[in-house]
Design a protein around this ligand. Structure first.
Ligand code: ZN
Ligand code: ZN
Ligand code: ZN
Length: 375
């Protein structure tokens, strides 16, 4: 098992470690305790996941970072240039107490732990360290939310790759096939077009399209079905794609499809056009919601307008009512309003956009229209 995937830019990672330590200091904590996952990948380039044996980057304010890692998992970190990153590595073997090792690497007892650290480790650290624990997410989001040029480039690469999959949808999406069969072909194409893996494949046909997070089923696709296809995954650099388009097999069965779809298209367009520095997240949400509500479909738009995206498919900033965070250049998120008519059909249009110096760039560029495929 190798935990290193994708290229590593040592200078960029060193800068991130410095910025993270500064952000920790501003937040009033003595150290960040980072377990494997997107936070660790963001800071030192190490992929991999958490297991019952503790792996933890101790990032103190004003001190040398220490990676505590089980001896048997150390080979997986061989690709990480810890020397050049200025990170000490401390290994431990079964029978030793890794939480005590973390305590030994700390100067203070107020720590911020990764949001997604397993409770097993968070509570183990709490018992060993005492003091106070807070979440590291609010500290790291200040860095991760604002993408630099190389991160935006990676999101563009991911966006173009998923656009190529949508462009090929007619090869697989046909009457008489099940959602699961179509989904398997899409998943293979997601990899073939440049992703490391398919993280999710939603093929919501007919009434299943009215369930926003439907995944796949054995329902056989019929003539007249509207089909919601929401797909994505990470590329080698670790950045994710996520794009939704809608298809119909021949003429839509329901008479209201074209008119309702036009409302959704207008709402998605208005929200994208609202994006620029200084506009708040909730204003972008409101731009889509107002159009859908004015057309009488407010109660059928049952989720927020979007989510941030980067090394995680869902991360800050969330494009939701109540979030008065002003947008800044480099922030990347989805704009994905939907209209879901229970028992009948649904549709969602989703692009990933990046805030630029004076406006917005979309990394997804497929047409937004309801695509008619032969029935
Ligand atoms: Zn979603
Ligand atoms: Zn999506
Ligand atoms: Zn999404």
């Amino acid at each position: 098992m190798s935990t290193h995937v994708g290229p590593i830019d040592v200078d960029a990672l060193r800068a991130r470690l410095d910025k993270a330590a500064t952000a920790a200091s501003v937040a009033g904590v003595d150290a960040l305790l980072i377990s494997p996952g997107s936070d660790l990948r963001y800071l030192i380039g190490a992929g991999g996941s958490s297991f019952e044996r503790l792996t933890c980057l101790v990032l103190p304010v004003g001190g040398t970072p220490v990676l505590v890692v089980p001896k048997l998992e150390q080979p997986g970190y061989a690709g990480i240039p810890t020397d050049r990153l200025g990170v000490d590595v401390v290994t431990w073997v079964d029978g030793e107490d890794p939480y005590a090792l973390v305590r030994g690497a700390l100067k203070g007892t107020r720590v911020a732990v990764s949001d997604m650290m397993p409770a097993l480790h968070a509570l183990g650290l709490r018992d060993a360290i005492g003091g106070e624990q807070v979440l590291a997410g609010p500290v790291l989001r200040e860095l991760r939310m604002r993408k630099d040029a190389s991160e935006v480039a990676a999101l563009r690469t991911a966006g173009a790759a998923i656009d190529r999959v949508h462009a090929r949808m007619g090869e697989w999406l046909r009457v008489g096939r099940t959602e699961a069969e179509v989904g398997a072909d899409i998943a293979a194409a997601i990899v073939a077009e440049g992703h490391v893996q398919a993280d999710f494949v939603i093929v919501g046909s007919g009434p299943n399209g009215a369930s926003p997070h439907h995944s796949l089923s054995d329902r056989v696709i019929e003539a007249g079905d509207v089909v919601v296809v929401d797909i994505g995954g990470p590329i080698a650099e670790g950045y994710c794609s996520d794009s939704t388009r809608n298809y119909v097999l021949g003429e839509p069965r329901d008479a209201d499809v074209w008119e309702t779809y036009a409302v959704l298209q207008a709402a998605q367009k208005a929200a994208v056009e609202a994006v620029r520095p200084g506009v708040t997240c909730e204003q972008v949400d409101a731009a889509a919601r107002r159009i859908i509500a004015d057309a009488g479909f407010g109660e059928f738009f049952v989720h927020r307008t979007g989510h941030g995206i980067g090394m995680d498919v869902h991360e800050e900033p969330y494009i939701v009512g109540g979030n008065d965070l002003p947008l800044e250049p480099g922030m990347a998120f989805s704009v994905e309003p939907g209209i879901y008519l229970p028992g009948r059909w649904g549709a969602r249009i989703e692009d990933i956009v990046v805030v630029t110096e004076d406006g917005v760039e979309s990394v997804n560029n497929r047409p937004h229209e309801l695509v008619v495929l032969p029935a």
